[in-house]
Design a protein around this ligand. Structure first.
Ligand code: VTB
Length: 334
């Protein structure tokens, strides 16, 4: 991978964000996702690379595009692996709520963990707390450590947790320390990355979300120097999701084993989930969010706001782009 890829990848998430933003608020989450997928794939096709999807829309038989194993790009050039989530937070997009974005992570061949479509217990925290908080600790202990590392009292900390039945006890425990809980309906990737930047008002992400999204969050946090750890969740009693109504713990363990994952309780560090020599994260706002604004459609242009974080040059680039329409007469500065 080289630095020219950063610009190309930026355009990939911009195009995906624009495509699904056209469907924002229409209550059509599958269509919004499909539009982002198509735009992402099309723009990826123009990149001089031997790209491969390692985390995508599903297995080949369930996803027409950006399926796991699909080759993307021109077929020449560097080998690049991608984890993509073209419309992260499809419900947020469908309901025109904050926090929906087009995201991907890229790395050298073999540099991203091929996460199974399972759940993952996650812990994300700012760079100052990296390696100090630990997913093995209780929430109470981690809040104590976070408080020390950030120089903030517990009641000055905001911990984001997905608003799910499985987190009832976790939420009570966090509140009992005095820390604030911000429950979110969706979009734990954005919440995780927001922990990597001071001033977002998000200090920590705790709890269980999807594993594939965990790899994308890990890539961003690795490149930023923030803390991220993940542990696969295979017990339906812990995940408490209707998605797993017909699954058993034993069946899930067997599925993991079939995929070659035998150390099922392993705790993955960000550097293991995104282990490549170089890692790039890119996110483009579909709706407004904590990190950047959503797509704005105007008479003469379309505006996008994106973030690319890269170990290639140790940068986090926030980019506002004006996509000029044919025959544009007047483009405001911002
Ligand atoms: C998680 C989370 C995502 O969907 O995948 C969630 O990581 C699904 O979890 O950010 P449930 O099955 O419990 O609903 C998102 O919130 C959005 O894609």
């Amino acid at each position: 991978m080289d630095r020219t890829l950063i610009q190309e990848i930026l355009e990939v998430v911009e195009q995906a964000a624009i495509a699904s933003a056209r469907l924002t608020g229409l209550g059509k989450k599958d269509e919004a996702d499909a539009a982002a997928v198509e735009a992402m794939r099309q723009r990826m096709g123009q990149i001089e690379m031997r790209g491969r999807i390692v985390i995508g829309e599903g297995e080949r038989d369930e996803a027409p595009m950006l399926y796991i194993g699909e080759e993307v790009g021109s077929g020449n050039g560097p080998g690049v692996d991608f984890a993509v989530d073209p419309c992260e937070g499809t419900n947020l997009c469908a309901n025109s709520q904050r926090g929906s974005m087009a995201v991907l992570a890229a790395s050298d061949r073999g540099g991203l963990f091929n996460a199974p479509d399972f759940y993952m217990k996650k812990l994300a925290a700012p760079p100052a707390a990296k390696g100090k908080v630990d997913i093995r600790n209780s929430a109470t202990k981690n809040i104590e450590i976070l408080s020390d590392c950030l120089g903030l009292a517990a009641d000055e900390l905001t911990i984001v947790v997905m608003d799910r039945a499985r987190h009832k006890d976790l939420i009570s425990e966090i509140r009992s320390t005095g820390a604030r809980v911000q429950p979110i309906s969706d979009g734990d990737v954005q919440a995780a990355i927001a922990c990597g930047f001071a001033g977002t008002g998000t200090h920590c992400l705790m709890g269980i979300g999807a594993a594939p999204e965990g790899v994308i969050s890990a890539a961003a946090m690795r490149a930023l120097g923030g803390h991220f750890q993940g542990q696969l969740v295979y017990d339906p009693d812990i995940a408490q999701t209707s998605e797993w109504a017909d699954y058993t713990k034993e069946g899930n363990i067997a599925r993991l084993n079939e995929m070659g994952i035998t150390d099922i309780d392993k705790i993955y560090e960000a550097e293991e989930l995104a282990s490549g020599e170089n890692v790039v994260f890119a996110g483009g706002g579909i709706t407004d969010g904590l990190l950047f604004q959503g797509v704005k459609f105007e008479n003469d242009c379309t505006r996008t706001s994106s973030l690319v974080i890269s170990t290639l040059d140790n940068t986090a680039r926030f980019t506002n782009t004006v996509h000029i329409k044919d025959g544009a007469k007047s483009i405001a500065l911002n």
